[in-house]
Design a protein around this ligand. Structure first.
Ligand code: HEM
Length: 405
């Protein structure tokens, strides 16, 4: 550790090497919240503002900002806008943003999700089959591959063989060591999706999200081709790493807390609540920027047009004012209005899908390898000083059993 929590709290830098330790990052958040609801960073990790940004770290302030899109716009600053490749649902404000959501929403409806449950079970089983007979395996493989396979195969309409490349490009784009690495990976992902969408232009329509975007009309106009590609790219990015890192965290937690694992097996009705708690606790997203659009005051602090604000969902989710015993993962936590999926007009479009993938991912592992524990002779690998944080390896041992097919 090169800095104290107090030092890091003065100028938060999520990519700092010290934050490869998850507990330490949350110690820093605790100091930041103790100093007041808004901290500063001169190293915003997404294209934002060369002058740095405010960081909202308290739960109440984050909720207020997320619900007030008229003062806290999702439009980027001019510096951020230069890097955008199209009109994205996540960087628009209502009313246009709501029209984009209307296009995509039916794909995430509860009925559609319910119908997917058996398919997700089969895909998860297939991944577990790769090591179930060995009595040893890596649960990070399930966490990192299952969401991509499910999303590409059943919703987006991209070949499943593309998943590893897209996961790798997304990962480097978000977490690459240098700005150059990250920009190159963004470019690679854009080109890949550009080619995939172009190939679809000559094919008969199918019932998937790429076709829905290609056919969509907003205010009587079809979406520009670049907007179709950019939104497909957003979906890939939003849907893969977030779910994967939270699920990897849950597998690690259960592999190192066998009593909690046994409790979930004995009380399967707890699963939905446990998934919410894992999402609160694992902290998939540490911040997404807003731009101040009009003079505004929040909790006695004044903000002026053009300033950047990073909403730190992960810190808000550990705010003791909202979550008693916030630094404990309590699988049956009752009051859990976490901000893991955000709030307000941009609340996560894929939350129903993420919850389902997560629940089925846990259910299948708990059913098929009920005594799994962290392999005593191997180390789990956590990747932390990055935008998405989770385990890249969760080596486990368990009683071997048969493949599902
Ligand atoms: C555990 C998994 C996930 C977490 C923690 C998560 C978190 C979030 C958060 C915090 C936001 C709000 C962003 C903002 O305030 O600007 C968001 C938006 C979004 N998420 Fe997720 N997400 C997850 C999974 C998914 C999945 C599986 C998909 C789709 C495949 C998805 C698609 C989206 C989209 C399209 C938006 C933008 C919505 C809008 O701007 O109106 N997410 N997500």
């Amino acid at each position: 550790m090169t800095g104290t929590p107090e030092k890091h709290a003065e100028n938060w830098d999520l990519r700092h090497a010290d934050f490869n330790d998850n507990d330490f990052l949350y110690d820093v958040y605790s100091v930041m919240r103790g100093n007041g609801p808004f901290a500063r960073t001169d190293k915003p990790f997404l294209p934002s503002n060369p002058e740095g940004a405010w960081v909202a770290v308290g739960y109440a302030e984050c909720v207020q900002i997320l619900q007030d899109w008229e003062h806290f716009s999702s439009n980027p600053t001019p510096e951020g806008a230069e890097r955008l490749t199209g009109d994205l649902v996540i960087t628009l404000d209502p009313p246009r943003q709501q029209k984009f959501r209307k296009v995509l929403n039916p794909y995430f409806s509860p009925a559609r999700m319910k119908a997917l449950r058996p398919e997700i079970g089969t895909e998860t089983d297939r991944l577990i089959d790769e090591f179930i007979e060995d009595g040893a395996g890596d649960l990070a493989e399930v966490a990192w591959r299952q969401p991509g396979i499910v999303f590409f195969k059943f919703l987006l309409g991209m070949p499943v063989d593309d998943v590893p490349l897209c996961v790798e490009l997304t990962d480097t784009a978000l977490n690459g060591a240098t700005e150059q690495d990250r920009m190159t990976a963004w470019g690679g992902l854009y080109r890949h999706l550009h080619d995939a969408v172009t190939a679809r232009l000559d094919q008969p329509p199918r019932d998937d999200m790429i076709d829905v975007l290609l056919a969509a009309e907003i205010d009587g106009e079809k979406l520009a081709f670049g907007d179709v590609v950019s939104n497909a790219m957003l979906l890939v990015q939003a849907g893969l790493e977030t779910t994967a890192s939270a699920m990897s965290f849950a597998y690690h937690y259960l592999a190192t807390n066998p009593a909690e694992r046994d409790r979930l097996i004995a009380e399967p009705d707890l699963l939905p609540r446990a998934v919410e708690e894992f999402i609160r606790f694992a902290g998939s997203i540490h911040g997404i920027p807003r731009t101040v659009a009009k003079d505004v005051e929040v909790s006695g602090c004044q903000f002026a047009p053009g300033e950047s604000m990073i909403v730190n969902y992960a810190s808000a989710n550990r705010d003791e004012q909202q979550f008693p015993d916030a630094d404990r993962c309590i699988l049956d936590r009752r009051e859990n209005r976490h901000l893991g999926f955000g709030a307000g007009v941009h609340r996560c479009l894929g939350s129903n899908l993420a919850r389902l993938e997560f629940q089925v991912g846990l259910e299948r592992v708990l059913t098929r390898m009920p005594d799994f524990i962290l392999a005593p002779d191997r180390q789990a690998k956590f990747h932390g000083n990055s935008v998405t944080r989770g385990f890249r390896s969760v080596p486990v041992v368990f009683t071997a059993s048969e493949r599902s097919r």
